[in-house]
Design a protein around this ligand. Structure first.
Ligand SMILES: Nc1ncnc2c1ncn2[C@@H]1O[C@H](COP(=O)(O)OP(=O)(O)OP(=O)(O)O)[C@@H](O)[C@H]1O
Length: 592
């Protein structure tokens, strides 16, 4: 029940801005339903008038025959059809507007929500799975609103109209007409319940399938180099089979609705005929009027059950929209990044940044950092070293508040970073990761990403410090060269240099650097090294260091092992300790 309320609430939230349009649509639906119900009566009258005219014409001659009543009814009929056309046109036009605007708002809200999500959310969801909410789920909602909603509303108003007309004619026969309605509703509820289950599975499987396709396409090089094409296709078939099976089962149940409703409708027609005849024989209904009444109620019975049948046939489409709404709600229900209510702004790093007894786990049963205490004074460079999986990246994630500590605290100038507003904190931090991402746009766009109003001088200054200015100038279109992450005109090293320039331009007080381990040629390697030195100079920095030279440049070295600090100090101090670090050093940092 709560779920249904949630869906009703969801649709109402997006439709309430269009109350007036929806009201006009409803009125237009009622008008067109009325006109459609009324038209056959006028056709009948027209035929009667035509017969009268023809009779008079044949027996009394043209002069005696008056075709005015016939002509008048025909004109009226034309007007009825024209009004019906206008009413339907208004419905469709307004509905297209309401659908377009409301799904557009849904799409914007969804994107806004995703932009507010924490890194934990992105770590826990695959890209393709998130993407499918924007594609198939929103499409389903939009298609249903455009195509099925008016038909469903028309059918409901038709049923109400028929009910009113029936009860005005004869209450007993009306009740007989409704005899199978509870059975029909019960059947529909059971079948709908079953179908909903499979439509839900279907849409979830589509999400998983999208995630699989997305992952495999972006990892295509690895697949080819490892000769895993066949395995990948088999994996795809597995996910595709899940979609196929759920779609089939959903369709089977949805498909059951239409024939079931039609069967019940026919059965009810028989009830009406028998019950009507019994009433006539019993004398409850006058014999002369009996036959006409029975014929009328046979029609009512069909008119009443037909909309029910049609609603049922549109059901699978409605179900897709409900499932789409449920899946959008799953995202809307996710928690945003939480800020303490009394957060404040900072204007930079003035003294130090420290981790105090920090404990952290991505999953509660697997501690990743245990009792980590370390820090950097303003202007210092701290190198984090340790084997893979020791928790270096995790410390960077906590410093930037991609995640919050489970216990302990991180203090920036003595202030808990959870008390600092996220935008304010992050504006002071510059990050260069191993995998540098380029966004679609020009090189310039990519460099001024964090400072769109940067001057030409600032851009060139940043690229010079990052050692990439000359390379950019050697390109035919220089800073205006169009790039994207898939555009392979840059090597990994060059991408990292652009990413360093992007960070330099924001002039952050605190730097988080993850030194690239990927093999780059020696020229690029020394360029990166120089760029790193330039960006670090005069700033406070934490560097996940892989190169000996970087480590030797550090003011302080922290050695991590399985989430714990096992050694710390300057290079000389650590060598003197003759422990893990000294061994790594003598082995030329083989964990690279
Ligand atoms: N998003 C995540 N969800 C769950 N566990 C994670 C996540 N990210 C990292 N881990 C786990 O946390 C531990 C520490 O990982 P982390 O990335 O901090 O190590 P690292 O020292 O940076 O390793 P590397 O040098 O290979 O980058 C590892 O055991 C890893 O499996």
């Amino acid at each position: 029940m709560a779920k249904k309320n949630r869906l009703t609430h969801f649709f109402w939230h997006y439709l309430k801005a269009y109350k007036v349009q929806l009201l006009v649509i409803m009125v237009a639906i009622i008008i067109s339903t009325y006109l459609q119900v009324k038209a056959p009566e006028y056709i009948g009258n027209a035929l009667t008038e035509l017969a009268t005219y023809a009779g008079t014409f044949i027996y009394g001659g043209e002069a005696a025959a008056d075709k005015t009543p016939f002509t008048e009814i025909i004109i009226l009929l034309v007007m009825i059809y024209a009004m019906n056309w206008i009413a339907m046109f208004i419905q469709n036009l307004l509905m297209a507007g309401v659908t377009g605007k409301s799904t557009n708002t849904m799409r914007i809200d969804l994107f806004k929500k995703i932009e507010k999500m924490s890194i934990r959310f992105f770590d826990a969801h695959q890209d393709g799975e998130i993407l499918s909410r924007f594609t198939s789920d929103l499409d389903n909602i939009s298609n249903t609103m455009n195509q099925a909603l008016i038909q469903v509303l028309t059918n409901i108003s038709m049923m109400i109209g028929v009910l009113i007309m029936m009860f005005r004619q004869n209450v007993q026969l009306s009740l007989a007409t409704l005899a199978m309605a509870p059975v029909a509703v019960a059947f529909a509820a059971i079948i709908i319940g079953k179908a909903r289950k499979y439509v839900n599975i279907q849409q979830d499987s589509v999400g998983e399938l999208n995630a699989y396709i997305d992952e495999k396409i972006s990892g295509q090089k690895v697949i080819i180099t490892n000769g895993l094409e066949e395995e990948t296709i088999e994996g795809f078939k597995g996910f595709n089979k899940k979609v196929k099976e759920a779609t089939f089962k959903g369709q089977v149940y949805s498909g059951l609705l239409f024939p079931t409703m039609q069967g019940l409708s026919l059965f009810n027609t028989a009830i009406v005929i028998f019950f009507g005849s019994w009433l006539v024989l019993d004398g409850s209904i006058e014999r002369a009027a009996g036959l006409g009444l029975i014929v009328m109620f046979v029609q009512y019975s069909q008119q009443f059950y037909m909309p029910l049948t049609q609603i049922s046939s549109q059901f699978s489409m409605l179900q897709l929209a409900f499932t789409g709404a449920r899946r959008l709600n799953e995202i809307f229900d996710e928690e945003d990044e939480v800020e303490r209510p009394d957060v404040s702004e900072i204007d930079g790093l003035h003294d130090s940044i420290r981790l105090n007894q920090v404990n952290f786990a991505y999953q509660s049963d697997k501690p990743v950092l245990e009792n980590v205490s370390m820090g950097a004074k303003k202007g210092q460079m701290v190198a984090l070293v340790g084997p893979t999986g020791s928790g270096k990246t995790t410390i960077m994630n906590l410093l930037n508040r991609f995640y919050n500590v489970d216990s302990g605290e991180i203090l920036l100038d003595g202030k808990d970073i959870r008390d600092i507003s996220l935008p304010s904190l992050r504006s002071q931090i510059g990050i260069v990761l191993q995998d540098s991402v380029l966004f679609t746009g020009t090189i310039r766009d990519n460099i001024v990403f964090g400072k769109p109003d940067a001057t030409e001088e600032e851009v060139v200054n940043a690229t010079k410090q990052a050692n990439i200015h000359e390379f950019i100038m050697s390109l035919e279109q220089g800073y205006e060269t169009e790039v994207s992450d898939e555009n392979n005109i840059f090597s990994v090293g060059q991408k990292q240099l652009i990413s360093i320039a992007r960070t330099i331009i924001t002039n952050p007080d605190l730097l988080i650097l993850d030194e690239a381990t990927s093999n780059v040629d020696t020229v690029t390697e020394s360029r990166i090294q120089k760029a790193m030195e330039n960006i670090i100079a005069g700033r406070t920095s934490f560097v996940i260091a892989h190169r000996l030279k970087t480590i030797l440049n550090a003011d302080y070295i922290v050695v991590l092992h399985q989430g714990k600090i096992i050694e710390e100090g300057t290079h000389e101090e650590l060598l003197h300790q003759a422990g893990f670090y000294a061994e790594l050093y003598h082995n030329q940092f083989v964990f690279e």
